[in-house]
Design a protein around this ligand. Structure first.
Ligand code: ADP
Ligand code: ZN
Length: 210
């Protein structure tokens, strides 16, 4: 099973992808998480990517395509995978095509810009293991501490309000055309994001079973 999640930044793709990943026993591949990890550990790729992510801009296609090519070659991807945050541009989707990767389903998670701005302000991420939380919708059982590893939770630099606005603009201009790209292939399904994440999961599963 190969699934692609599309959706605005903060729409909740990552959270839904993690839940599906556990249910289906296939890995989630999040380019955002891979890039943040590279920035945290200070690799060459991380150093190159940092200025883009902090400005709310996309990391160049060649960089992310390279990340995905390497990751999909790992043995755990043989049974399938969920892509969260890739592709994000038409050239990235074309690169996936030319790697011979044909998704079974592309799920677009729809959430209004206003709801996204509200959600981003409450988002927290573990600085050690990368787990994500939300103060209101998905709180850690340990408050401002990660319930998985015990490290401190922080606000992502790119979740600052000004940066969120530019990420939304980039989404509408550059990523949203992918809906049309996959609709033409007959692969696009739409899920309306719900206030409660369990409700969104139920709708996502219904689409998978549908
Ligand atoms: P969100 O979906 O909330 O925007 P992500 O964790 O998916 O966050 O991505 C964080 C940042 O990493 C993006 O703003 C962008 O700079 C970079 N990034 C992630 N995936 C891609 C991609 N496929 N192409 C280009 N840049 C990416
Ligand atoms: Zn953690």
């Amino acid at each position: 099973m190969k699934i692609i999640f599309l959706g605005a930044p903060g729409a909740g793709k990552g959270t839904q992808a993690e839940i599906l990943s556990e249910r289906l026993g296939i890995p989630t591949i999040s380019t955002g998480a891979i890039i943040r990890e590279a920035i945290r550990t200070g690799t060459e790729m991380g150093k190159a990517a940092k200025k883009y992510t902090e400005a709310g801009e996309l990391v160049p296609d060649t960089v992310v395509i390279g990340i995905i090519r390497e990751r999909l070659a790992q043995p755990d991807c043989e049974k399938g995978f969920i892509l969260d945050g890739f592709p994000r541009t038409v050239p990235q989707a074309e690169a996936l095509d030319s790697m011979g990767v044909v998704p079974d389903l592309v799920i677009s998670l729809e959430v209004s810009d206003a709801a996204i701005v509200e959600r981003m302000s409450g988002r927290r991420v573990c600085e050690k293991c990368g787990a994500s939380y939300h103060v209101k919708y998905k709180p850690s059982g340990k408050g401002e501490i990660c319930e998985k590893c015990g490290a401190a939770l922080t606000v992502r630099r790119d979740d600052a309000p000004e940066v969120v606005q530019s990420r939304l603009a980039v989404y509408h201009e550059t990523t949203e055309p992918l809906k049309e790209f996959y609709a033409r292939k007959g692969l696009l399904r739409t899920v309306e994001g719900q206030e409660k994440l369990e409700d969104t999961t139920a709708r996502t599963l219904a689409v998978l079973e549908g």
